[in-house]
Structures are given as structure tokens and as C-alpha cells.
Design a protein around this ligand. Structure first.
Ligand code: DQA
Length: 150
């Protein structure tokens, strides 16, 4: 059986998780979040590739490069959620199941955070549960991939 793969993408400033505004983003580091995701994925026979960048183009390149090699994408574009047509276009171009996650509930924060430029091109969005948003998002993504395969 071919092992399935998921690409997890984290946008700018998420490398600071743990010390960055813990009351908004929680106290787990990015490494801890990635480790939790890896465990969940492994149990369901998925391999996980995680990548964080503060650079928009680097995220776009990763989507382009890996889009044809993975079965799905779990993405928190962070601040680029609200600004990046380039990330949106890359996701549309690769056209594989994608789930958007946010640690905070972007819909109850400043008005500029309430708009996501990718929300209408992804399978769904999970927000507001801290690091748990990633875990719920991963589970939803795996279910989507499995459903589409059945
Ligand atoms: C975020 C929300 C964004 O508005 C913000 O710029 C982030 C993190 C979240 O996970 O809650 O960096 O994506």
C-alpha cells in the first residue's frame, strides 16, 4: 500500500509560537504542534511534511513543488490569509484537498482579520481552538481524502 502524504504549511511568525501572544495563540511551540500532528497522521498511515516560512514566495513555491506529490494540504497562512492572492492562486493551481486552520477565531478579531482570501477555495476552515485547530483540521483533511478515494 502506497503511503499517503500531507503537507502542513505555516505562515509568518508562527515560528514564534509558544512565546508569541500566548493568550491569543496558546503556549505550545510550533515543534510541539508538528509533533502532535505527526502522531495523528502516523496512526492513520499518513506521512507528514511540515514547513514554516515568513516569506510569501517560499510558501507559494512549496505549494507548487509539493502539490503534485502529496494527497492534501493543511495550511495556516497566518497574516498572508488576509492578503495573499498568490497563495490562493497556488492552491487553486494544484487543486488538491486543502483545509485552512487558525489558532485564534479570526472572525471575532479586528475587521482586517475577518477576511480570508483562501476560505472559498479550501474544503473548510477550522478556527479558534488554539493548537487543537490544527489537530481537528488534520482529521477533517484525512477524512476528506479518504472520502474522495472511496
Ligand atoms: C492566525 C491569525 C492571523 O490573523 C494572524 O496574522 C496569525 C495567526 C491564527 O492562527 O490565528 O499570524 O493565522
Amino acid at each position: 500500500m502506497k503511503i499517503k502524504k500531507i503537507l502542513v504549511l505555516h505562515g509568518p511568525n508562527l515560528n514564534l509560537l509558544g512565546s508569541r501572544e500566548p493568550s491569543t495563540y496558546g503556549s505550545l511551540s510550533l515543534q510541539e504542534i508538528n509533533a502532535r500532528l505527526k502522531k495523528i497522521a502516523q496512526k492513520q498511515k499518513y506521512a507528514l511534511l511540515s514547513y514554516q516560512s515568513n516569506i510569501e514566495g517560499a510558501l507559494v513555491t512549496k505549494i507548487q513543488k509539493w502539490g503534485s506529490k502529496v494527497d492534501g494540504i493543511l495550511i495556516n497562512p497566518a497574516a498572508y490569509t488576509h492578503t495573499s492572492v498568490a497563495i490562493r492562486d497556488a492552491l487553486v493551481a494544484v487543486g488538491i484537498p486543502t483545509v485552512e486552520v487558525h489558532l485564534s477565531n479570526i472572525h471575532k478579531r479586528e475587521s482586517f482579520r475577518r477576511q480570508s482570501l483562501i476560505s472559498d477555495v479550501v474544503e473548510g476552515q477550522i478556527v479558534g481552538f488554539g493548537p487543537k485547530s490544527y489537530e481537528l483540521g488534520l482529521q477533517a483533511l484525512i477524512q476528506t481524502i479518504e472520502r474522495q478515494r472511496a
